[in-house]
Design a protein around this ligand. Sequence first.
Ligand code: SF4
Ligand code: SF4
Length: 223
Amino acid sequence: MIKAEQKPFEEILEYLAPYNKILLSGCGACVTVCHAGGEKEGALLASALRMARQKIGKPLEILESTPARQCEPEFAQELSDTIGRVQAILSVSCGVGVQTLARHFPATQIFPGVNTTFLGETVAHGVWEERCQACGDCILEKTAGICPIARCAKQLLNGPCGGSSNGKCEIKRETDCAWQLIYDRSKSLGQLHRLTEIIPAKQWGVQSRDSGPRRIVREDLKV
Ligand code: SF4
Ligand code: SF4
């Protein structure tokens, strides 16, 4: 899922300074799971903002809403009635949700309340780690289900750099070396021979976003 972290409170407070009535819109999907922008986090942030503004004698009225998925047009549309009653939107969804609202409500200023960080997995309560960089051409079948693009600091496709020590990455010592993980898992699966197959250089300009934003079109689903 998409992982995100709430922006520093002072940053949010600063860009909301010109407004006295806003909508705080959360999202019931990814940012709820990583406790960055769900209904509960939205309510806590709204309370803190109201108090901070009350304290300086500039009250801020905040309407709150948490669509099931802010990035889907039908859920974004649920906010239509509310948008007409506010001066700005503070969105605590991921950057996709923010841009969905920006597209649907072009006349309303919108601010991001979270920093969208990565596609990741929950590895312990309160701990999330990056797992995928959406490269557009998945090679996990060749690397024992462990992604060298998201998890190797140098994005090496055909084996380790030689700098790892005790299974840790030389770039970020607290992180496991992705290629150590790939080797260990391949060995335990009896699939070490697969690592002798050369993975060709990825076509970054074609499949990844290096040539600009990507688009998926399913003709069979278009109406
Ligand atoms: S190979 Fe690409 S699509 Fe597959 S997990 Fe890694 S970054 Fe994601
Ligand atoms: S030590 Fe491992 S994870 Fe780190 S850059 Fe080298 S191969 Fe990649």
